[in-house]
Each structure stands twice: as C-alpha cells, then as structure tokens.
Design a protein around this ligand. Structure first.
Ligand SMILES: NC(=O)CC[C@H](N)C(=O)O
Length: 304
C-alpha cells in the first residue's frame, strides 16, 4: 500500500480537478462568503502519526459537527434522560425538516438532526453552570488547544435568519419537550454551531470516540459503551437523508456540517477530517464525501 501521505496527495489532486464542487450554503448569510476552493484533509492514526494536506490548518464553521460533541457532553452528564426525550432512528429527511416532529409528538428521530440537537442544547443549559463558557472549555479540553472560539458574527447571522430552528424549538415547547425558553436554547444552539476549528483540531477533538471514550490527553470523557453508541448514531444518522449513501460509499461513522466539514473515524484505528465548503443537494460536502470514499477505497480501512 502507498503511504498515507501519498494517498492523501492523490485524493487532494483529484478532488481539486473535480468539475462540480457543490454550492456554499446561502441560508446562513455569513457562510455564503466562504471561498469554495478551500480544501483540506487531516488524518491521525493510532500509532501517533498525523498527516495533512491543503487547508487543514484553516478554521471553518463546524456547524452540525458540534452536535456530536454536544451529545457526548449531555450523555456524560445525564445519560438516561437523553433517550427518554430523543429517539435513535435515522430520519431519512433533511436536517431541518419539521413534519416528522409534529407527527411523532415532539420526539425527534435522533440527536443529530436539528430538533434533536435543540433538545441536547436544552439539556446542557439545565446541567451546566455557565453553559456557553463550559461547553467551549469542554471542546478546548478535548482538542488540547485553547485556540477554539465561537464566531459571534456567524451566531448572530443564524439568529437573524434561523426561522426553521425557531419553528422546531417552538414545536418542541408545545409538546413539553423543552425545559428552558426557546430564545435561551437557540442562543446556545447557534453559538455551538458557530464554533470555528481546523481539520487538525477536529481530528484531535474526535479522538475519544475512536478510542473507547478516552481523549488524546488520556482523560475518560465517556464510557466505552457510550462511545460505541455515539458511533452507531453517527453511522446511521450523521448525514441526514444521505446517511445510507455515506455508509455505502465510505463505510465509516461520521458527521457533516453545512460549513463543509466532515469528521469520520475507524474505531481503534484513525480519525480523519475533510473540509471543502461546497455542498451537495443534501447539505453534505461534495468533495469531502468524494475524498473519504477514495480514502477508504484506497486504504481498505472502513468498518466493513
Ligand atoms: N447541517 C448543519 O450543519 C445545520 C446547522 C445549522 N446551524 C442549522 O441549524 O441549520
């Protein structure tokens, strides 16, 4: 097999030549300004090596990738409560779809679609002393790097335009599945989505999920069984109505965000992050998916 660096270089070159790079999202105005030609990949293997190419040290908006870290924090605080309020089934629908939520009486299909993540935000607000500060510190600790911050312009941009998230939170409230006020929960949720990180920071932050719940700095974040379950949820729900396609093409648990990032991992083996801001019609990074499909095909390192 070629070296990991050589494989990343081939994938990188091929992806840059792709004719269709997808489209940057415009529904969050701040994200529409990002250069569609940005592209980075970062890989960390369990023998302690790491490999990067392109814009892997440039910060981007992690958006829905934050949902996995918020879920991990909530589970570490109140495991049982989470599953009384949210299900663990793929939705087969876009991340911000509301119809199912109404039909299913305010119990979101899973914690990685917006309605589920809004409940996780509610749980964190109820259980953290200083929610926004504590959550940011949690991510800094996972990453081993204090240079991780909220982007307040992006958070405000979403606050002014996130009408569907307001609708979801109001629906949850009407079904009595939201303890705190709609405004307070969405303020936290928009901040959480606005966090900016690089590919290499995200690879570090997600290490504990590939490592039985133990972080890069050897701290027990969640139990081995909880890590297994979060990976199962990423595999079945991490890409909304494209989760099947991602499992089919790539074969790894992972999570995407509309900022163009994707983090994926092979337990006990590696964590990989890609960033390419152009999205496909389902809201997942077009080149990121292509690159990861190539990576697991060329290395034969997937869960299947
Ligand atoms: N898929 C995403 O990354 C969506 C996150 C975005 N902040 C939203 O709520 O719409």
């Amino acid at each position: 097999m070629l070296s990991f660096q050589a494989i990343l270089e081939t994938i990188y070159k091929d992806a840059l030549n792709a004719e269709d790079k997808g489209k940057v999202p415009t529904y969050i105005p701040e994200l529409a300004n990002i250069d569609i030609n940005s592209f980075g990949i970062h890989l960390r293997t369990f023998d302690g090596k790491d490999y990067g190419i392109g814009d892997f040290n440039k910060k981007f908006s992690i958006q829905s990738i934050s949902k996995v870290l918020a879920l991990s924090k909530a589970i570490s605080l109140v495991n049982g409560t989470v599953w009384k309020r949210i299900d663990v089934e793929p939705s087969g629908h876009p991340f911000n779809q509301l119809a199912l939520l109404e039909i299913e009486n305010g119990k979101p299909r899973n914690p990685l679609i917006n309605s589920g993540a809004i409940i996780i935000a509610d749980i964190l607000i109820s259980n953290l002393k200083n929610p926004k500060e504590d959550f940011l510190n949690y991510i800094r600790e996972l990453t081993g790097d204090n240079d991780v911050n909220y982007n307040l312009t992006v958070a405000n941009s979403e606050k002014n335009t996130g009408f569907k998230n307001y609708a979801a939170a109001n629906l949850l409230k009407s079904f009595k599945n939201l303890d705190n006020s709609v405004d307070e929960v969405l303020d936290f949720y928009f901040h959480q989505c606005s966090i900016e990180m690089t590919c290499s920071q995200l690879t570090k932050a997600f290490y504990f999920l590939a490592n039985k719940g133990v972080s890069l700095s050897n701290k027990n974040i969640i139990s081995e069984s909880q890590a297994k379950r979060i990976n199962a949820i990423m595999l079945t729900c991490g890409f909304y109505d494209e989760a099947g396609e991602f499992a089919f093409e790539v074969g790894l648990p992972g999570k995407s965000g509309v900022g163009g990032g994707i983090v994926a991992l092979l337990p006990n083996n590696y964590v990989i992050t890609t960033w390419a801001p152009g999205l496909n019609l389902k809201g997942n990074s077009k080149l990121g998916m292509l690159a990861l499909e190539q990576f697991t095909t060329k290395t034969k390192l997937s869960i299947f």
